[in-house]
Design a protein around this ligand. Structure first.
Ligand SMILES: NC(=O)c1ccc[n+]([C@@H]2O[C@H](COP(=O)([O-])OP(=O)(O)OC[C@H]3O[C@@H](n4cnc5c(N)ncnc54)[C@H](OP(=O)(O)O)[C@@H]3O)[C@@H](O)[C@H]2O)c1
Length: 246
């Protein structure tokens, strides 16, 4: 568990849970979007929506969290390293939710000694030979229960991370994982980089949440804004409708 909030940098500090005995880590969702709410082109390209200044912000955030979490879609499409490079600070634990272990073993999150600092949360659908291949690299592979769609059930997955002494998690996408966390009310904070660009069609940051009434939208409180180069970074605490007066 990171003792402090990391290096003295700008950007939001992760908040540890205020509950006496939290059942999961505190979760901050972070992504970069265009003005029209796209996190990638129709073809899935997202590097880079944000400016180099905002990439520094993302690395500051990584340094401040115990773990950084992505979905298998992002692991396969973007092949990120998830390390802290543009600012001083320690690398977070890297975590992927990957039901069937489809992330290629030669991915950057497993390369150059990174495997030992990487956790993959899979379901019972993950074939044994894939588990073995990753474990042989040094990756910690944990089986967690599946949700109704056969994917990683995120509540027990986060509880598993708490057992690993992860108190704060930064989620770096993509859209499916962000949507599942919001749907499950498992995200506590949002840090969105808004780049002054318009893409038109593309991948939306957030998918279907089943909200039909504006009063029931997920809201933000304690909102702050910061400029990073040409981009605007908006941070706030997520408020789900049943937790507040609508
Ligand atoms: N602009 C940005 O900030 C940013 C950041 C990240 C990604 N992106 C873009 O987003 C795109 C990838 O997004 P994506 O939606 O395809 O992938 P994703 O959200 O990264 O990963 C989704 C996959 O994670 C696995 N998963 C396991 N349990 C899950 C659960 N409970 N809920 C959701 N997913 C679960 C599923 O694969 P299995 O069923 O195989 O387990 C699912 O298909 C790429 O184009 C990438 O470039 C943009």
């Amino acid at each position: 568990m990171k003792e402090s909030a990391g290096p003295r940098t700008k950007g939001p500090k992760p908040r540890r849970s205020s509950r006496a005995a939290p059942s999961r880590p505190s979760v901050t969702v972070s992504y970069a979007q265009t003005l029209d709410g796209r996190i990638a082109t129709v073809g899935g390209s997202s590097q880079w929506i944000s400016s180099p200044d905002s990439l520094r912000f993302a690395h500051e955030m990584r340094a401040r969290h115990d773990a950084v979490l992505i979905g298998a879609g992002t692991a396969c499409r973007d092949n990120p390293r998830l390390t802290v490079r543009n600012v001083p600070g320690d690398d977070p634990l890297r975590v992927i939710v990957d039901s069937t272990l489809r992330t290629p073993p030669d991915s950057a999150v497993f390369a150059d000694g990174a495997a030992a600092g990487t956790v993959v949360l899979a379901t019972g659908r993950a074939p044994e030979e894939r588990r073995k291949r990753l474990r042989d690299l040094g990756v910690r592979v944990f089986e967690v229960p599946a949700d109704g769609d056969g994917r990683v059930d995120l509540a027990p997955a986060l509880a598993r991370l708490l057992e690993l002494e992860v108190a704060t998690v930064m989620v770096e996408g993509g859209a499916c994982l962000i949507t599942s966390l919001l749907k499950g009310r498992l995200a506590d904070r949002l840090a969105v980089c808004i780049a002054p660009k318009i893409l038109g069609c593309g991948i939306e940051a957030v998918g279907e949440l089943g909200i039909r009434d504006l009063d029931r939208s997920v809201a933000l409180s304690d909102v702050s804004f910061e400029r990073y180069g040409p981009d605007l970074i908006l941070c706030g605490d997520l408020r789900y409708c049943d937790d507040r007066e609508v």
